[in-house]
Design a binder for this molecule. Structure first.
Ligand code: RB5
Length: 142
């Protein structure tokens, strides 16, 4: 199950991503916002991060205008490794190396075509499991 959330700045892109996930047959849970009205991104970032940290959802996708606000917020939750990605190389590397469990996107920065490819790369790339990466990830939590 994929947790997805956005503020108003990421609302339209979130709709496109949800339609894309449906086409791929991937289950998701939308944690809001549910309208394009102005709102506060920490509410939705925290809800998605808690769903992933608790194990309710396996991965998360968060979108705001820049991807920065939701990233900062999500990374405050223990166990969350949220990665802001604007390209497929970063999306692949953060799965392989960081075992990132939340992808964040900036809807005012990254167009929908590229964003969907980043989403696919993030969801389809497994963690490498390499010892050096496991060691570094465990150091993050110290
Ligand atoms: C909202 O205007 C904007 O500040 C928000 O979407 C995000 O970019 C914050 O980091």
């Amino acid at each position: 199950m994929i947790a997805i959330g956005s503020d108003h700045g990421g609302f339209d892109l979130k709709q496109e991503i949800m339609a894309h996930l449906e086409k791929r047959g991937l289950a998701y849970k939308n944690f809001g916002t549910y309208t394009p009205d102005s709102c506060d991104y920490p509410i939705y970032a925290r809800a998605v991060a808690k769903a992933v940290a608790s194990g309710e959802c396996d991965r998360g996708i968060l979108i705001c205008g820049t991807g920065i606000g939701v990233s900062i917020t999500a990374n405050k939750i223990r166990g969350i490794r949220a990665a802001l990605c604007g390209d497929c190389f970063s999306a692949e590397a953060t799965r392989l190396h960081n075992d990132a469990n939340i992808l964040t996107l900036g809807a005012r920065v990254t167009g929908p075509g590229l964003a969907l490819k980043i989403v696919d790369t993030f969801l389809d790339t497994p963690f490498s499991g390499d010892e050096r990466h496991l060691r570094r990830i465990s150091m993050i939590e110290e």
